[in-house]
Design a protein around this ligand. Structure first.
Ligand code: SAH
Length: 497
């Protein structure tokens, strides 16, 4: 059966500018054919098992010719694969999306088009330039300034100048001087405000704001690189006043988040909201154990407290009970202890409120609080990771408590982005790494190589994690308390400015 091809506009930068429709299409894709300009955070949304094909230009390589891309889309759809053609910005704006759809139509392949946020509008917005403004202009014109080698620019500058509107030129960096000369020759005053925006709407955005008469020299001096676009018009004069993006505290900083994928959204989104470029690089995976024998065995004995040390532990316990044909009522009569607020929230979402959460969110404080509550007697059932901290059971046992430790899931080391991270560390293009457990520190160190870690800022959720980072000679910083909010605040204080 022939499947649908969905053209998706990826937007100009990170996943926050991808539409919800585009996001849904990507998550359901069997195959994704994408351009070079598409951001990593969007590629991260592609399901693990799906085929990924990059058809964009890479350093020293030629892009895949358009007719091969067309044929590829038809082939994938005919193999019954839900295929997404992911394009930078909007799919139809200078992206050859029209040609692809004509080809699909001619070959009887059904297609959908989900437009994207175009760089032509988003890059100015992120640079503090509203493309229209009642006080300055009443139209905006988007023009390609792409030139074929040796050919002159084919743009009607007189017509453009006559509109009095804002002009946005894409693919115009190499022809920048031809564009500005063309405009002034057509009667535009040389002191008309103008700007070049490089990597617009991305953490690495740079802008050069000048006048049409001086823009080419200014951009040359600033060594502007592609992708970049040119904006010409009086609205460019607002770019200082309306700059909100580079004013964000972590603008221009790049941070890696090593937390497991299921749990990293809060940190990733929080850091992006602070303006940082974020690399989601999970360094551990959680694998739930299928076997429920140790849990059901433990439930035959009487316990006074059920103890959870992570949200994953709560979820794993609920699922393991279900697999064993039971549910949370199997813990009836026990009291519930949680290591911290996130674990307590996870338990609350199951309808149970925690009886005990220690003052500081770590194993040591949890153990002390439980010892106080249980007064050296009774039995505790630990429902947690196989590689959980030894401190907790030891302290409980030492104070005379009977402990049953049930391993519900394993934490497995992984790091799909090790090469990228190593490269960035070597090029000093990584400002810090967030760690929410010692196990992520060890896994990260193993993946990128401990010899690369000296002096790297490690933003840690608690003292045990910081200790692990220190053992690799990283520069550890510790959050005020073991919460995501405190870790975000730490990133802001350490890296701001
Ligand atoms: N379909 C895309 C444009 C493709 S043409 C869109 O709607 O955005 C490629 C050109 O787009 C580049 O040469 C550059 O001029 C511009 N461009 C794409 N992404 C950009 C970005 N993040 N910042 C500045 N310009 C960008």
């Amino acid at each position: 059966m022939t499947e649908t091809v969905t053209l998706v506009g990826a937007g100009p930068g990170g996943a926050e500018l991808l539409t919800r429709g585009g996001d849904a299409a990507l998550r359901q894709a069997d195959a994704v054919v994408y351009d070079r300009l598409v951001d990593e955070s969007i590629l991260d949304l592609i399901p693990k098992g799906a085929e990924r094909i990059c058809v964009g230009k890479k350093m020293g390589h030629h892009p895949v010719p358009q007719d091969e891309i067309n044929a590829l889309l038809v082939r994938l759809a005919r193999q019954g694969k839900r295929t997404v053609r992911l394009k930078g910005g909007d799919c139809y704006l200078f992206g050859r999306g029209g040609e692809e759809c004509e080809y699909l139509k001619a070959h009887g392949v059904p297609f959908r088009v989900l437009p994207g946020v175009t760089s032509a509008l988003a890059a100015p917005a992120f640079a503090g330039i509203p493309v229209t403004h009642r006080d300055f202009c009443s139209s905006v014109h988007i023009v390609t300034a792409h030139v074929r080698a040796g050919k002159p620019l084919c743009i009607d500058f007189e017509a453009l100048v006559r509109t009095g509107g804002t002009l946005v030129f894409l693919m115009g960096l190499t022809a920048l001087r031809q564009v500005t000369d063309g405009l002034t020759a057509a009667g535009m005053p040389p002191d008309m405000p103008a700007a070049v925006i490089e990597n617009g709407a991305r953490g690495t955005q740079r802008k050069v704001v000048s006048t049409v008469g001086k823009l080419a020299d200014a951009a040359e001096k600033a060594r502007v690189h592609s992708p970049a676009l040119i904006v010409v018009g009086r609205v460019c004069a607002l770019s200082g006043t309306l700059d909100w993006w580079t004013a964000l505290p972590l603008h221009g900083k790049t941070l890696a988040v090593t937390r497991p994928e299921e749990r990293n959204a809060g940190l990733v989104d929080g850091l992006r909201a602070l303006g940082a470029e974020v690399i989601a690089a999970p360094c551990i995976e959680l694998h739930e154990r299928g076997d429920t024998a140790s849990l059901t065995g433990a439930l035959e004995e009487k316990h006074d407290w059920a103890v959870f040390t992570s949200p994953a532990g709560v979820q794993a316990a609920v699922r393991a009970l279900f697999r064993a044909g039971r549910d949370l009522r199997a813990l009836y009569g026990m009291k519930f202890a949680c290591i911290g607020s996130a674990t307590a929230e996870s338990l609350a979402s199951c309808g149970i409120s925690a009886d005990l959460v220690p003052e500081a969110y770590d194993s040591e404080h949890l153990a002390d609080a439980l010892c106080r509550e249980m007064q050296g007697g009774g039995a505790a059932l630990l429902l947690r990771a196989a590689e959980g901290s030894r401190i907790l059971p030891e302290k409980l046992k030492n104070s005379g408590i009977r402990v049953t430790d049930v391993p519900l899931y394993d934490t497995v080391r992984c790091c799909a982005k090790a090469d990228e991270l190593r490269e960035r560390i070597r090029n000093r293009a990584l400002d810090g790494v967030t760690f929410t457990s010692a196990s992520t520190v060890h896994s990260f160190a193993e993946a990128v190589g401990r010899e690369n870690l000296r002096g790297l800022a490690a933003l840690c959720i608690g003292p045990v994690t910081a200790e692990a980072a220190k053992s690799y000679e990283m520069k550890p910083f510790t959050a005020q308390e073991a919460t995501e909010t405190a870790l975000l605040a730490l990133c802001k204080t350490v890296l701001e400015g």
